[in-house]
Design a protein. Structure first.
Length: 142
């Protein structure tokens, strides 16, 4: 067997079922262009088969330009997905399994989530202080 990214040993990760995760236009597009079924490919070639690298590059460039995201890299989607997985409370071991990364690399996603947790905690603290000050002012009759 090869490493975690070899062609002989793919590393699939469970994802939200595409057709239930999206609504509206993205859902209709998936129903029209993606392979059917829970394990169907989201990106397919012109004839419905596997997408070749050269076809993917053209399709990806058109798609990101149409979405107004010309600087978006496909790998950015992986990072977003793994950061979101970390924000749900996924353990380090779960992130390592999902990504195929070492402990050090998987920690990147946990740190992003922890940084956000700190920001949220600070905002909550500010809101509580403001509410407390408002209550004190109202109690004093001012």
């Amino acid at each position: 067997m090869g490493g975690p990214w070899s062609r002989r040993r793919p590393r699939p990760a469970p994802t939200p079922h595409a057709r239930s995760a999206f609504g509206g236009a993205p859902r209709r597009r998936l129903e029209r262009f993606a392979e059917p079924g829970e394990n169907g490919r989201v990106f397919t070639g012109p004839k419905g088969g596997p997408l070749k690298h050269s076809e993917f590059r053209r399709t990806w460039n058109r798609t990101r330009s149409a979405a107004g995201l010309p600087d978006l890299h496909f790998h950015d989607l992986r990072h977003v997905g793994n950061t979101l997985a970390a924000s749900t409370g996924a353990s380090l071991k779960e992130l390592m399994s999902r990504t195929g990364h070492s402990t050090r690399a998987a920690l990147i996603y946990r740190h992003a989530s922890q940084d956000r947790d700190r920001t949220i905690a600070q905002a909550l603290g500010s809101a509580l202080r403001a509410a407390r000050e408002t209550k004190i002012e109202n109690a004093s009759g001012t």
